[in-house]
Design a protein around this ligand. Sequence first.
Ligand code: HEC
Ligand code: HEC
Ligand code: HEC
Ligand code: HEC
Ligand code: HEC
Ligand code: HEC
Ligand code: HEC
Ligand code: HEC
Ligand code: HEC
Length: 346
Amino acid sequence: MRSNLTVFFIILLSVFSVLPQLACADEPTGKSFVLWAGSGSAETCLTAECHATLGRAKYVHAPVAEGDCLVCHGTTDQPHPGAGSIVLVEEEPGLCLQCHENPAAGMAYPHSAVVEGCTGCHNPHQGGLPKLVVQSGGQLCLVCHEDVDDGKYVHGPVRAINCKMCHGIHGGDNLAMLNQHGNGNCLGCHSGIQDIMDNAVSQHEPVVNGFCWDCHTPHASEYKPFLQEYYPEEFYTSYQKENFGLCFSCHDESAFTYELTSEATAFRNHNDNLHYLHVNRQSKGRVCKACHGVHGAPQDKLLLAKVKSFGRWAIPLTWVSDGGRATCYVGCHQPKTYSRNSSVPN
Ligand code: HEC
Ligand code: HEC
Ligand code: HEC
Ligand code: HEC
Ligand code: HEC
Ligand code: HEC
Ligand code: HEC
Ligand code: HEC
Ligand code: HEC
C-alpha cells in the first residue's frame, strides 16, 4: 500500500518537474526542489517567476545547466523565499572541490586567492566570459590588486595589463608565482642586459646573484627607469645623499663624504678621496655612471670602457691597475695615476 503511494508520488513529481520543459523546449531545466525542509512541497528552481535568468548566459556552468542546484545549495527549516532559507552545502573552496581538482595542487606557491576560494574569480553559475571568469585578462587581477600599477611610470607589460606574461594564475612553482625562476622573468624581453652580463669582465653582485627587482620595480615606480629608489638620469648633479638613494641602499655613503680618507674607498690618491673629488660637488658632480656600468662592465670594478655623456660622443676610459696603484686614461683629462700607499703627483 505504502510503496504504491510512493511510486504514485514519484511519477507525479517527475511529470511536474518536466512540465516546464515540455511547455517550451528552450526553457532551461531545473530539478525538483523542496521549497523548504518542512514544507514537503516540491518546485523547480528555474520557473518563469523564480531564477528565470539562470541557465541563459553565453557560458553556463555544467551543474547549473543541468538544473542541479542542490549540489551546491541546501535548504533550511526557514520558508523559501526568505532570509536564511538557502545555504551552501559547504564552504569554498571545498564546495567547488566536490567536483574539481584543486587547480593549485602540488604548486610550491599557491595563490592565496585560490586557497581562500574560487568565486573571487569565477562565477558559480554563468557569465559572458569563457571559464566563467568575472573579468577578462589582467582586469581580473586588478579586482583585488588595484594598486599594482600605482606609480608615475608604469612598466610596458603592466600598462598592457598583461599579468600572465610574468605570473601564474592559480599559483606557480617560483617565488611570487612567477613563470620563471628569478631574473629569467626579465631577461627574455631585455636581452640587451643579458648581452652586457655575458660580455662583462666585472659583474655586479646583485645583478648576477640577486634579483633585477632588488633595484627595479617590476610594475611601476616614481623613478625612471622603474627604479626602487632615485638615481640621476643626468650626467652631472649636485651632491646630495638622496640623489644616490639607490646605490646607498647597499653601499656605504662614506666613500663619498670624506674629502680625506685612508679606508672609505680604494679610489684615492693616498688620503685624497677621488670619489669625493669627482662626485661630491655643489654643481657638476659626476654621477656614478660617468665611470661605472651597473649591470656589468668590460673592466674590473664595474668600470666602463666608453662613457656616454655629451650628445653622441662616448668618452673612452681605460683603467690600468697594478696592485695599490692605478692609472686612468680618459677623454676628459690627461692620464692620471693614483696610489693608495703614497700620493702620486699628477
Ligand atoms: C557550483 C555550485 C553552485 C550551483 C550548482 C548553483 N549555485 Fe547558486 N550560488 C553558488 C554560490 C557559491 C553562491 C554565492 C553564495 C554567497 O554569496 O554566499 C550562489 C548564490 C546563489 C543565489 C544568490 C545570489 C545570486 O547570484 O543571485 C541564488 C539565487 C542562487 N545561487 C541560485 C541558484 C540556482 C537557482 C541554482 C540552480 C540552477 C544554483 N544557484 C546553482 C553556487 C552554486
Ligand atoms: C557538481 C559538480 C561541480 C561542482 C560542485 C562545481 N563544478 Fe565547476 N564544472 C563542473 C563540470 C562538469 C564542468 C564542465 C567540465 C568540462 O567541460 O570539462 C565544470 C566546469 C567549470 C569551469 C570551467 C568552465 C569552462 O568553460 O571550461 C570552471 C571555471 C568551474 N567549473 C568552476 C567551478 C567553481 C568556481 C565551483 C564552485 C563554486 C565549481 N566549479 C563547482 C562540475 C562542477
Ligand atoms: C585569481 C583568480 C582565480 C581564482 C581564485 C581561481 N581561478 Fe580558476 N581560473 C582563473 C582563470 C583566469 C582561468 C582561465 C585560465 C586560462 O584561460 O588559461 C581559470 C581557469 C579555471 C578552470 C578551467 C581550467 C581549464 O584548463 O580549462 C577551472 C576548472 C578552474 N579555474 C577552477 C578553479 C577552482 C576550482 C578554483 C578554486 C579552488 C579556482 N579556479 C580559483 C582564475 C582563478
Ligand atoms: C579575489 C581576489 C584576488 C584576485 C582576483 C587576484 N588575487 Fe592575487 N592575491 C590575492 C590575495 C588575497 C593575495 C595574498 C595577499 C597579497 O599578497 O596581497 C594575493 C597574492 C598575489 C601574489 C603574491 C604571491 C606571493 O607568493 O607573494 C601575486 C603575484 C598575485 N596575487 C597575482 C595575481 C594575478 C596575476 C591575478 C590575476 C590572474 C590575481 N593575483 C588576482 C587575491 C587576489
Ligand atoms: C613581456 C616583455 C617584458 C618583460 C617580461 C619585462 N619587460 Fe621590462 N620592458 C618591456 C617593454 C616593452 C619596455 C619599454 C616600455 C616601457 O618603458 O615600459 C620595458 C622597459 C623596461 C625598463 C626601462 C627601460 C628604459 O630604457 O627606460 C626597465 C628598467 C625594465 N623594463 C625592467 C624590467 C624588469 C626588471 C623585468 C623583470 C621583472 C622586466 N623588465 C620584464 C617589456 C618587458
Ligand atoms: C614584468 C613581469 C611582471 C609583470 C608583467 C607583472 N608582475 Fe607582478 N611581480 C613581478 C615580480 C618580479 C614580482 C616579485 C617582486 C618582489 O618579490 O619584490 C611581482 C610581485 C607581484 C605581487 C606581490 C608583491 C606586490 O608587489 O604586491 C603581486 C600582487 C603582483 N605581482 C601582481 C601583479 C599583477 C596584478 C600584474 C598585472 C597587472 C602583474 N603583477 C604583472 C613581475 C611582474
Ligand atoms: C644594482 C641595481 C640594479 C640591478 C640589480 C639591475 N639594474 Fe637595471 N638599471 C639600474 C640602473 C641604476 C639603471 C639606470 C641606467 C644606468 O645607470 O645604467 C638601470 C637601467 C636598466 C634598463 C634600461 C636600459 C639601460 O641599460 O639603461 C633596463 C632595461 C634594465 N636596467 C634591466 C635590468 C634587468 C633585466 C636586470 C636584471 C638582470 C637589472 N636591470 C638589474 C640598476 C640595476
Ligand atoms: C642591492 C644592493 C646593491 C645596490 C642597490 C647596488 N649595489 Fe653595488 N654592489 C653590491 C654588492 C653586494 C657588491 C659586491 C660587494 C661589494 O663590493 O660591496 C657591489 C659592488 C659594487 C662595485 C664594485 C665592483 C667590483 O668589481 O669590485 C661597484 C663599482 C658598485 N657596486 C657600484 C654600484 C652603483 C653605482 C650602484 C647604484 C647604481 C650600486 N652599486 C647599487 C650591491 C649593491
Ligand atoms: C670618476 C669615476 C668614478 C665615479 C664618478 C664613481 N666611481 Fe666608483 N670607483 C671608481 C674607480 C676607479 C674605482 C676603483 C678603485 C680601485 O679599486 O682602485 C671605484 C670603485 C668603486 C667601488 C668599490 C669600493 C671602493 O670604493 O673602492 C664602489 C662600491 C663604487 N666605486 C661605487 C660608486 C658609486 C655608488 C658612485 C656614484 C655615487 C661611484 N662609484 C662613482 C671610479 C668612479
